[in-house]
Design a binder for this molecule. Structure first.
Ligand code: AMP
Ligand code: GLY
Length: 441
């Protein structure tokens, strides 16, 4: 474990309520720098490591008031909506240390057109695209094209704004829904139509202080609800780290062609990017290409990355804010980590809530296992001796295990998942299998 000075304890606030925020809170709580830890609004599992604050993650004014009153020394923002809404500018204006990009740069996630324009400007490899702000123009353009194509709403759509279209008719339908029917509201007032790429995907996240980009370990998400990447897209059904598809050579190439051009390009324009920059990468036959940028930690990638991080996360975040990442090193556990999401039956469609979760202690008591909560709350019959958790969301738990090999981590995580039960529980049985195949080859 890398040592940090425990001289100044800091009061820390984590914003958000999912598995990512449980992983962040769990890791931050282990820091010698961490004084009182709060999470707003948090969830049942997070209440075991932080005091929950009943303020919504999107209520920037309410969060600011709380942080001022409680003299919060560091705020870590989980989800994108408050970042895109300008929470970093608001907190900074009031002298509060906060980890994330300013509103202008949070547009890298908040506007897909802005992200594409920046990629083009800085020469980052990405799919060819055209942006439209009139549906008639988009429709006319589609007449000149052949499928497959990808249609993307410009604004934030909670992960639902991307439609991969095999045929032009599907693309027209997507444009109609986004631009004319406004199914995503104003987020669909502008769209991108882009070339459809093929290949395996991985997530590369870096901490940036505006000048230096310090990469986190590679990871891979599993977006579809059923095994073998079938069924509708979800917020993420599981993740593992490292992702063997990202060889050392490819890692370097991504840093050289995607991450550094972005961070350096923005710095040269006088817009230093501070916070986590998340690049969604597709490994095409022409090399790695950036699909998207997010301006925050990934969910569920974070649940598979942080258990491998040996370095104090609070020190790393403070170095990002303070602009001293050039002197900072991250140390990693060489073991593999696999995180499997247990969901409510029916998710990502309609599902029932309020189901009692059984077997949590049995699973979490296993060696090298940690269970992060995504959608739970403490139930009414909970006592100090017996904590009763109820489901409150589609994604309920992220069962996570470390293993000397990816195979070992997979075996352990599924043994742990098998000890947990709630009515209509669903999970994918193939998290990590792509990594397993690569390792075997
Ligand atoms: P994004 O929000 O841009 O990452 O898109 C979500 C998902 O859509 C990605 O993880 C990919 O699986 C898929 N996707 C996005 N852009 C493309 C593209 N140009 N070609 C193929 N698939 C894409
Ligand atoms: N894992 C996808 C995301 O965090 O956006």
């Amino acid at each position: 474990m890398v040592k940090s000075s425990s001289s100044d304890k800091i009061r820390i606030l984590v914003i958000g309520s999912g598995g990512r925020e449980h992983a962040l809170s769990w890791k931050i709580a282990q820091s010698p720098r961490c004084g009182k830890l709060y999470c707003a609004p948090g969830n049942g599992g997070i209440s075991e490591v932080a005091e929950l604050v009943n303020i919504h993650a999107e209520d920037i004014e309410g969060l600011l008031r709380f942080a001022m009153e409680q003299k919060i020394g560091l705020t870590v923002v989980g989800p994108e909506v408050p970042l895109v809404g300008g929470i970093v500018d608001e907190f900074s204006r009031n002298g509060l240390a906060v980890f994330g990009p300013a509103k202008e740069l949070a547009r890298l996630e908040g506007s897909k057109i802005f992200a594409k324009e920046m990629m083009k400007k800085f020469g980052v490899p990405t799919a060819d695209f055209k942006a439209f702000d009139e549906s008639d123009d988009a429709m006319k353009y589609l007449e000149t094209r052949k499928g497959p194509l990808v249609v993307k709403a410009d604004g934030l759509c909670a992960g639902k704004g991307v439609v991969v279209c095999k045929y032009i008719e599907d693309a027209k339908d997507a444009v109609k829904k986004m631009m004319r029917d406004r199914v995503f509201g104003d987020a669909g007032s502008r769209v991108i139509i882009e070339e459809c790429l093929e290949g395996e995907e991985a997530s590369i996240l870096v901490l940036s202080d505006g000048k230096t980009a310090l990469p986190l370990a590679s990871s891979q998400d599993h977006k579809r609800v059923f095994d073998n990447d079938r069924g509708p897209n979800t917020g993420g059904m599981g993740a593992y780290s490292p992702a063997p598809v990202v060889t050392d050579g490819l890692f370097k190439k991504i840093m050289d062609t995607v991450i550094h051009p972005m961070i350096n390009g923005l710095a040269k324009e006088g817009k230093p990017y501070k916070g986590v920059l998340y690049a969604g990468i597709m490994f095409t036959k022409d090399g790695p290409k950036a699909l998207e940028f997010n301006v925050r930690f990934g969910d569920p990638e974070t649940q598979a990355i942080l258990p491998r991080l040996k370095t104090d996360l609070v020190d790393a975040i403070l170095a990002s804010i303070g602009g001293t990442l050039d002197n900072f090193k991250l140390e990693w556990d060489s073991r593999a980590c696999v995180s499997v999401c247990l969901t409510s039956g029916g998710y990502p469609g309609d599902y029932e809530k309020g189901k009692e979760i059984k077997g949590l202690e049995d699973a979490a008591g296993m060696a090298d296992v940690v269970v992060f909560h995504a959608g739970t709350k403490l139930g009414g019959r909970a006592t100090d001796a017996h904590r009763l958790f109820l489901t409150t969301g589609g994604r309920v738990l992220n069962v996570t295990a470390l293993g000397g090999t990816i195979e070992h981590a997979i075996n352990t995580v599924y043994e742990a998942a098998g000890r947990i039960h709630f009515d209509r529980m669903h999970y994918r049985k193939d998290i990590g299998h792509k990594a397993l195949l690569r390792v075997k080859v």
